[in-house]
Each structure stands twice: as C-alpha cells, then as structure tokens.
Design a protein around this ligand. Structure first.
Ligand SMILES: C[S@@+](CC[C@H](N)C(=O)[O-])C[C@H]1O[C@@H](n2cnc3c(N)ncnc32)[C@H](O)[C@@H]1O
Length: 228
C-alpha cells in the first residue's frame, strides 16, 4: 500500500501552508478533543509520536507531562522539550511507560503503520489510551476532479480495524462535514499545496475553481484502550 513520503526536512513551506490553511479557513482539529480526553482521564505521561512542531501540547495544561518523538530534525527543532529523534516503529522507551500515546496525522507516512501501532501498545500502561487520526480516502470530494491522494497505508477506511488488531476496545469519532471554507482562489491554491500538489500546478488548478468553496472534510479520530 502506498504511503505518503514525508517532506518535512526539505519543504517546510508546504507544512507552514498546511498549518496556515487550517488556522485561516478550517474549523477545529483533533488536538482539543484529544487533549480534553487525556486531561479528563488524567493520563500521564503522554507520548506524542510524530509530534511535529508540537501542536498537541499547546492544548494540554502547561505542566502536563508530555514527551515528543519525531523522525524529522527540522520539526523537532521547533517542538517543545523533551522530544527525541526516533522512528515510530522503534521507540527508545521501556514497556508500559505512558498513560497515553498519540499518533496524530502521521501514520500514513509509514509503509507499515501497523508496526507503529503495535509499538504504541507496548509503550502503554494497562488501562492507557492510544489516539490516532487520519483522513478518509473520500476527503475533499469538491476538489476530487483536480487531485486525489487516493488510498494510502493508513486512512479512515483502514484505521479502526488495524488498531483493533492490537487494542482491546476501539471507539471511532468520524467527521463528514463542510469544515473548510475557502474564500478565494489563493486559498484554494494553498489548500491544494498543503495536500501535496506542486505549487505551479496548484496555482493553475485553483484558477479553474469557483469560489467561495466549502470543502467537505472526512476522517476519523480513533481512541483505543489497552485494557488492564
Ligand atoms: C503531518 S505531520 C503531523 C505532526 C503533528 N502530529 C501534528 O498533527 O501537528 C507528520 C509528522 O510525522 C513525522 N513522521 C513521519 N514519519 C515518521 C516516523 N516513521 N517516525 C516518527 N515520526 C514520523 C514527520 O516528521 C512529521 O513531523
């Protein structure tokens, strides 16, 4: 199954564009519901796999024990501390050392995401919570005629079953709603760039789109429990 090749060490502009599009034109993300659940259940410490530049910890209380892990030195340099340079499939922590383990918007970068899911289970204490998010292969249908990421190694259609093979109970929160409002063609271009379309092609594609455009977002946030 195809994975999405990480570009964070050679195209930070694309990542900046993703974040900026979300902040300017999106309505919410998975970070607040994930942080709320961690705090409500007093799950400490948190291991944030593929932490990037640290969007999740901004939603946690300041003193909440959090550890980041990421394979990109460029992203890690911008993340809060402590954060370690490590691959999601072999993490340098003892068994059962975390109350929560998250893998938000990252498992589709792996050709073998299930190895990382198994690793997350190893690191969780009994009773601990694993949280992962991803898009549906039918995300953004209004722009499907211009681009499609297609089926990838960890999408909403695959995620619950894959996680269920390693965890004892799995709850899936789905969304399917016009959550992104693109006011003009520049916004459409930025949205497409964030979705891995080369800039020049995105500029040209955006010029064919009627704006404003509401984009339907489809995906899942999966909460999985390691039972005692
Ligand atoms: C889309 S970003 C998401 C970052 C963060 N979780 C967020 O939602 O803001 C994906 C992150 O996963 C990291 N990543 C990709 N493959 C990885 C791997 N095999 N092990 C650890 N991190 C990885 C990338 O370096 C990048 O920081």
């Amino acid at each position: 199954m195809r994975h999405i090749e990480p570009d964070y060490d050679h195209d930070q502009d694309r990542w900046r564009t993703v974040v900026s599009v979300g902040e300017r034109f999106g309505s919410g993300d998975v970070f607040q519901p994930t942080a709320d659940r961690i705090v409500a259940e007093k799950l400490r410490p948190v291991l944030d796999i593929g932490c990037g530049d640290g969007r999740l910890p901004r939603h946690l209380p300041d003193d909440w024990p959090w550890v980041g892990a990421d394979r990109s030195p460029t992203m890690l340099a911008q993340a809060p501390k402590p954060a370690v340079l490590a691959d999601a499939r072999t993490l340098p922590f003892p068994d059962e050392s975390f109350g929560a383990v998250t893998a938000l918007w990252m498992l589709y970068h792996l050709p073998d995401p299930e190895t990382a899911v198994a690793e997350a289970r190893r690191l969780l204490r009994p009773g601990g919570l694993f949280v992962a998010s991803t898009n549906s292969r039918d995300d953004s249908p209004e722009l499907r005629h211009l681009y499609s990421i297609g089926q990838v190694s960890f999408d909403a259609e695959i995620a619950p079953e894959m996680i269920g093979r390693h965890f004892d109970s799995v709850a899936v929160h789905k969304w399917d709603a016009p959550l992104v409002h693109l006011p003009d063609r520049d916004a459409v271009r930025d949205y497409l760039v964030g979705r891995f379309m080369p800039r020049e092609k995105a500029e040209q594609a955006a010029s064919t789109v009627q704006t404003p455009l509401d984009v339907t977002k489809r995906g899942v946030l999966v909460f999985a429990r390691r039972l005692p």
